[in-house]
Design a protein around this ligand. Structure first.
Ligand code: PLP
Length: 431
């Protein structure tokens, strides 16, 4: 064989056997069907429906001229603003030097795994990208089981079970709450129990709190309060600030893990160099907060809380079990009650279910197999984000300012969500 043949090179790729991120694939397929004239309900991609707050946009406009490379760990003002944000909101003892900025928290997660030589421990279900990142880098992955009856909570016992045979082995545990794909979060006592076992085994605990501000009660608590010496908090602008496409993420490190932060900065310096300058300047405004941002967040939470309970209720009426979300914009229902009927249509896997649903009804959702489950586990992730977030926020400020949100809000301001559920109901009835 010719040494330069593309086939030979392909055999050596680090991404062998790994598909492009499923979320992006379903989005592309939805876009294609849409361009062919089919009505698509975009409940697949986990993108915030809300606009970036006006004052943050203004700040970006005012900083468009910023053209210089910024320091590799990030703009000092931004690192300071993020440290203050975590002091203010989470009572975390941190300062500017504990913060690193990156082009999205996803990239920071990747270079963390590159910098730290350890196994990856993740709950099942988990966000689609943790495991492929570990695979690309060549790390071992341990999936920890969780159950719907237990609100998909990871328990201290399960963590202990994985660690006890080789207690000093280096490991990264990723905890993500409010959770993608379940919308569930953890109580204080559950966080304390996980913190205790993490301390026992000296785990690096990557606490992915990117949806923290979208806890519906507005009372998200970081596990770093209970395991300060080993927790790295992951945050960013993508979810609470509606700015996924701006690509800005941040990690906050404990002082004890500073060498790891420095190692990530070395990798960053040889890869992305620094995060986009104007975006970093605008992010200072976002993390400084204030009344306008508080109002924006309160409106976002109110809307998402109502939609979470609305989806839970409507799905229950269709005999589809789910756990009611407590944060973020996802629900993770099970179609197990339709197993026999689906089998009659030769639908045996969550992928086949999502494909049939997309083709028959235009409803785009993601299969449970993308989140770590075996293919025949008939659950799916629904992202209830297909609505105009700007109009919805305005409605909360005006016509729903003095009354509770009700079902008319869904029909009037989230018609695609209303139609998608009706279409799903009809499809299930016809099975
Ligand atoms: N973590 C979770 C749980 C997510 O759902 C996402 C985005 O979907 C990310 C991290 C990545 O976010 P970013 O846009 O900061 O890279």
């Amino acid at each position: 064989m010719n040494i330069n043949s593309p086939r030979l090179h392909n055999l050596n790729l680090n991404v062998r056997g790994i598909q492009p991120s499923s979320t992006l694939r379903i989005n592309e397929l939805s876009n294609r069907l849409k361009s062919e004239g089919k009505k698509i309900y975009k409940l697949g991609l986990g993108q915030s429906p809300f606009p970036v707050p006006a004052q943050v946009i203004k700040s970006l406009q005012e900083n468009a001229f910023q053209k210089d490379y910024l320091p590799v760990k990030g703009l000092s003002n931004l690192r300071e603003s993020i440290a203050h944000y975590f002091q203010r909101n989470q009572n975390i003892d941190c300062e500017m030097d504990d913060v690193i900025i990156g082009p999205g928290s996803k990239e920071l997660l990747f270079i963390l795994q590159l910098a730290y030589y350890g196994d990856l421990i993740i709950p099942k279900p988990s966000w689609v990208s943790y495991a492929p990142q570990a695979q690309i880098i060549g790390r071992s992955i341990h999936w920890l089981p969780t159950r719907a009856e237990n609100n998909w909570q990871l328990t201290a016992e399960e963590i202990d079970l994985v660690c006890r045979d080789d207690p000093t082995r280096p490991r990264i545990l990723i905890l993500n709450y409010p959770n993608n794909p379940t919308g569930c979060t953890y109580s204080d006592s559950q966080l304390r129990a996980i913190a205790e076992v993490a301390r026992k085994y000296k785990l690096i605990l990557l606490s992915d709190e990117i949806y923290g501000e979208l806890n519906y009660e507005g009372n998200h608590r970081s596990i770093a309060q209970y395991y300060p010496e080993g927790s790295i908090i992951s945050s960013g602008l993508s979810k609470w600030c509606g700015a996924g496409g701006w690509r800005l993420g941040a990690f906050v490190f404990p002082k004890e893990q500073r060498p790891l932060l420095d190692a990530m900065a070395i990798i960053a310096s040889e890869t992305f160099t620094a995060t986009s300058a104007p975006i970093q300047f605008a992010a200072v405004t976002a993390f400084n907060g204030g009344t306008e941002i508080d109002n924006y967040l309160n409106g976002s939470r109110q809307i998402l809380a109502y939609l979470g309970s609305y989806f839970y209720r409507r799905l229950k009426q269709m005999k589809i079990d789910a756990v009611q979300p407590e944060g973020a914009f996802y629900i993770f229902p099970s179609f197990a009650n339709y197993k026999t009927k689906l089998a009659q249509r030769e639908i045996f896997t969550s992928i086949a279910l999502c494909k049939a649903l997309l083709e028959d009804t235009g409803v785009a959702i993601l299969p449970a197999s993308d989140f770590g489950f075996p293919s025949d586990f008939l659950s799916v992730r629904i992202a209830f984000v297909d609505f105009n977030g700007e109009e919805a926020l305005n409605a909360v400020k005006t016509q729903f300012a003095s009354k509770e949100i009700d079902d008319t809000f869904v029909t009037d301001f989230c018609p695609n969500l209303f139609d998608a559920l009706n279409t799903l109901e009809t499809w299930l009835q016809a099975l």
